[in-house]
Structure formats: structure tokens, C-alpha cells
Design a protein around this ligand. Structure first.
Ligand code: HEM
Ligand SMILES: *[C@@H]1O[C@H](CO)[C@@H](O)[C@H](O)[C@H]1NC(C)=O
Ligand SMILES: *[C@@H]1O[C@H](CO)[C@@H](O)[C@H](O)[C@H]1NC(C)=O
Ligand SMILES: *[C@@H]1O[C@H](CO)[C@@H](O)[C@H](O)[C@H]1NC(C)=O
Ligand SMILES: *[C@@H]1O[C@H](CO)[C@@H](O)[C@H](O)[C@H]1NC(C)=O
Ligand SMILES: *[C@@H]1O[C@H](CO)[C@@H](O)[C@H](O)[C@H]1NC(C)=O
Ligand SMILES: *[C@@H]1O[C@H](CO)[C@@H](O)[C@H](O)[C@H]1NC(C)=O
Ligand SMILES: CC(=O)N[C@H]1CO[C@H](CO)[C@@H](O)[C@@H]1O
Length: 353
């Protein structure tokens, strides 16, 4: 009697909790977990994880908000190439074959790699070696969005780190170049099960951050892209006097450091920086989605969160696959750190799967 009573109470309480929490923080909108990850993965093994990451990133961004863009892009590159498995973090410069060595990596910010390694150290100091680098990167990208003014949302966790890095060929095959038109983007992202709405929403990541001239000067030289606003083109030519100028400019001219829907307003004004951006407004399949996001930021945030939670589950390693790296830049077998941290190893074994 007493025990069936307490089961009832327990059931009632969990029903209350389940119905309450989705209102507290969006759990990926309508997006469900399809990958073996969990909303509560570190609740007992590292309960402070999310607060450690957020508190530290608040400090980092207060000093330089540009780092938020670097972290968001790093997570995107990690997920698109071989899956969200921390492979992009591996330092393969010695081999020259890694994801890092591939051309698209060359413009990833070196500081973003340092920030992830620093967060890893802070988290492992508190909890032992239980939290993967891939999960820390997914949380850092979430906080980069939120702390720049964007939506807050839950990230499903439990990713494991890869043992290997991705090849240059895999990197090039999975990251579309900025010269892509919408057809190319939709085709490329469809192989990862993204819809046209996902493509437009994810491109909204370009509401923060910077680009090098070489990523868009094909639209200025030798001839000017007719879809580009004339005075915008003139300003870009001052920033990039030649096709291979070593200079940078912001991706969203209206609010370069704020995560908002102004990127879509830029596109409507023909002030998108890359062909891959501007063509979303030219192509009839995506034009309406761009306009919808430009006039309704709530709608953009909703679709962005949905697409990000989807992206964050691409080809993840779970359970006993891969490992939890003790150094985000090197696999454990290549790392001397382990020899000095047997306690971390034990904690990982105890955390269960
Ligand atoms: C859809 C295809 C995409 C293409 C073709 C693309 C291309 C690029 C290029 C060429 C740059 C500038 C690199 C440089 O010259 O420095 C860049 C920067 C950036 N991208 Fe994308 N990107 C895409 C999708 C995404 C997604 C899905 C996100 C995140 C949700 C994202 C977030 C960023 C951010 C935040 C930056 C600025 C990085 C910084 O300031 O360090 N991009 N992207
Ligand atoms: C889009 O780009 C591809 C090459 O990547 C090209 O074959 C195609 O004609 C382009 N489509 C349009 C509508 O410009
Ligand atoms: C896309 O969806 C199909 C069918 O549900 C699934 O088999 C496939 O693994 C998914 N691809 C990716 C990259 O998630
Ligand atoms: C870089 O861009 C800035 C801002 O447009 C411009 O003032 C500067 O002259 C450019 N530097 C070079 C070396 O082109
Ligand atoms: C390009 O500029 C950056 C600083 O903005 C500098 O560190 C780098 O050495 C420059 N590269 C070349 C080839 O001039
Ligand atoms: C904006 O989008 C949100 C989320 O989909 C929706 O609830 C709201 O009605 C939209 N607002 C307008 C003015 O259309
Ligand atoms: C982590 O690994 C990288 C790449 O092997 C190495 O350069 C670095 O010194 C290592 N860091 C620590 C703290 O051991
Ligand atoms: C091989 C190579 O150049 N890798 C680099 C990729 O980018 C990061 C960040 O700039 C560097 O730390 C790597 O050395």
C-alpha cells in the first residue's frame, strides 16, 4: 500500500517535471533525440558541467566577443566532417592530413582551440575525465549563441571523442565552399538529412563573426556579382583591394557581434557576403524562408535551435565507441597525459555508459 502510494507520488512528480522543464528552456524545439544521446547524461557524473562552461565563456566573451563566432564555427566543422566527435580538435599538423590541415580549417581561429582545451581542463579538474571534448564543444557553441544575444536551448549530451582525425578529402567533401549556390547547398546538406528550412536557418550562423577576403573576392574580381548591392561592393573593395588581400570583414554588417535575425535583412538588401548567403534570397525555394526569418526573429530562433540540435547529433559516437580524451588536441594513445592521471581513468570507468 505504502509503496504503491509512493510510486504514484513519484509518477505524479515526474509528470509535473516533464511538463514543466520544456517551458523553462527549449529542448531543441520539436527536434527529438535520434542518436543515443541524452538530456541528462552528466547529471550525476558532472552536475556542474554546464555552469562551469557558461561561467568561463562569459568571462572570455566579455574580453573578446569575436571568440563566440570562432566556437560556433568550430562545432559546425566538427559535426559536418565525420560527425560531432571532436575530430576537428585533433592536432594533426605533423601528418598534414588532418581535418585541421585542410583548407577550410586554415581560417578556424587558433584561440577557439585554446578555449576548448582550457574548458576541458576546468571540467576535468572538477569531475575527472568523464566529459568528452565533443560535448564541451557542443556546449560552447550553444553558449556562444546565447551569450551573443541568441536563444538558449538544451543540448543532448553523451558524445564520445574520435580516435582518428578526418582526412583532407573528407573535409573538402563535407564542407560546401562559400561559392556554392542554393542548389549545391541544398543537395549537399540533404545528404545529412537537412531540409531547405534547416539550410536557411543554419546559414543564420553568419549573423556573427568575420571572413577573410579570399572567401568572397570571387564576387568582386574580375567582375562584380550583379546580385550584390553597389555601395556594399564598393566598401568591400576598399577592405579587399585585390582578390587575395590579407584582410577581414564582418559577415553581418548590421549587427556583427549580436546573434539576431539581421543577417536575413542583409540578404533582402543584397548585402550578403558569400554567394552561399546571397543566393538563398535569389532562389525561389528559399526566398520566402529568408523573408520569414527577416520579419520574425522568434521564428528564426525556433528553426535555428531545431536545426542546431539536429546538427549536433550527426554521426555521434556513443556508449563504448571512441573515448573521452584527456587532451582535446590528441587521442589518448598519442597523449602522455594519461600516464600522469590514473585517477581520471578510474572515474571514467565508474561513470558507466
Ligand atoms: C551552409 C554552408 C556554409 C558555408 C559555405 C560557410 C562558409 C563560411 C566561410 C567561407 C566563412 C569565413 C571563413 C574565413 O574566410 O575566415 C565562414 C565563417 C563563419 N561561419 Fe560559416 N559556412 C556555412 C555554414 C555555417 C554554419 C552551419 C554555421 C553555424 C551554425 C556557420 C558559422 C560561421 C561563423 C560563426 C563564422 C565566423 C567565424 C569567425 O568569425 O571566426 N557557418 N563560413
Ligand atoms: C549551381 O551550381 C552548380 C555547380 O556547383 C551549377 O552546375 C548550376 O548550374 C548552378 N545553378 C544555378 C541555378 O545557378
Ligand atoms: C538520414 O536519415 C536516414 C533515414 O532515416 C538514416 O538512415 C541516415 O542515417 C540519416 N543520415 C544521417 C547523416 O544522419
Ligand atoms: C583592411 O580593411 C580596412 C577596413 O575596410 C581598411 O581600412 C584597410 O585599408 C584594409 N587593409 C588593407 C591592408 O587592405
Ligand atoms: C595576415 O594578417 C594577419 C593579421 O591580421 C597576420 O598575422 C598574418 O601574418 C598576415 N599574413 C600575411 C601572408 O601577410
Ligand atoms: C513569429 O513566429 C512565431 C514562432 O513560430 C509565431 O508564434 C508568431 O505567431 C510569429 N509572429 C508573427 C507576427 O507572425
Ligand atoms: C595536448 O596535445 C598536443 C598535441 O599533441 C600537445 O602539443 C600538447 O602539449 C598537449 N597538451 C598537454 C597539456 O599535454
Ligand atoms: C595543419 C594545420 O595548419 N592545422 C591548424 C588548423 O588550425 C588551427 C587553428 O588555427 C591550428 O591550431 C592548427 O595548427
Amino acid at each position: 500500500m505504502a509503496s504503491s502510494m509512493s510510486i504514484l507520488v513519484l509518477l505524479f512528480t515526474s509528470v509535473l517535471l516533464w511538463s514543466y522543464f520544456p517551458f523553462a528552456k527549449a529542448q531543441g524545439g520539436s527536434q527529438s533525440i535520434v542518436s543515443g544521446l541524452s538530456w541528462t547524461y552528466y547529471d550525476s557524473s558532472c552536475p556542474k558541467l554546464e555552469s562551469i562552461v557558461r561561467k568561463q565563456l562569459k568571462k572570455v566573451f566579455k574580453n573578446d566577443i569575436g571568440q563566440a563566432a570562432g566556437l560556433l564555427r568550430l562545432h559546425f566543422h566538427d559535426c559536418f566532417v565525420q560527425g560531432c566527435d571532436g575530430s576537428v580538435l585533433l592536432d594533426g599538423s605533423a601528418s598534414g592530413l588532418s581535418e585541421q590541415g585542410a583548407p577550410p580549417n586554415l581560417s578556424l581561429r587558433a584561440e577557439a582551440f585554446r578555449i576548448i582545451n582550457d574548458l576541458r581542463r576546468r571540467v576535468h579538474d572538477k569531475c575527472g575525465r568523464v566529459v568528452s571534448c565533443a560535448d564541451i564543444l557542443a556546449l560552447a557553441a550553444r553558449d556562444a549563441v546565447f551569450l551573443s544575444g541568441g536563444p538558449d536551448y538544451e543540448v543532448p549530451l553523451g558524445r564520445r571523442d574520435s580516435l582518428n582525425f578526418a582526412t583532407t578529402a573528407a573535409t573538402l567533401a563535407n564542407l560546401p565552399p562559400p561559392s556554392s549556390n542554393t542548389t549545391a547547398l541544398i543537395t549537399s546538406l540533404a545528404t545529412k538529412n537537412f531540409t531547405a528550412t534547416d539550410v536557411v536557418a543554419l546559414s543564420g550562423g553568419h549573423t556573427i563573426g568575420i571572413s577573410h577576403c579570399t572567401s568572397f573576392t570571387n564576387r568582386l574580381y574580375p567582375s562584380q556579382d550583379p546580385t550584390m548591392d553597389k555601395s556594399f561592393a564598393k566598401k568591400l573593395k576598399t577592405t579587399c583591394p585585390t582578390a587575395n588581400s590579407n584582410n577581414t570583414t564582418v559577415l553581418d554588417i548590421r549587427s556583427p557581434n549580436t546573434f539576431d535575425n539581421k543577417y536575413y535583412v542583409d540578404l533582402m538588401n543584397h548585402q550578403g557576403l558569400f554567394t552561399s548567403d546571397q543566393d538563398l534570397y535569389t532562389d525561389s525555394r528559399t526566398r520566402g524562408i529568408v523573408t520569414g526569418f527577416a520579419v520574425n526573429q522568434t521564428l528564426f530562433f525556433e528553426k535555428f535551435v531545431n536545426a542546431m540540435v539536429k546538427m549536433s547529433q550527426l554521426n555521434v559516437l556513443t556508449g563504448r565507441e571512441g573515448e573521452v580524451r584527456g587532451n582535446c588536441s590528441a587521442s589518448n594513445s598519442d597523449s602522455i597525459v594519461l600516464i600522469f592521471s590514473p585517477a581520471g581513468e578510474e572515474k571514467e570507468a565508474l561513470s558507466g555508459f
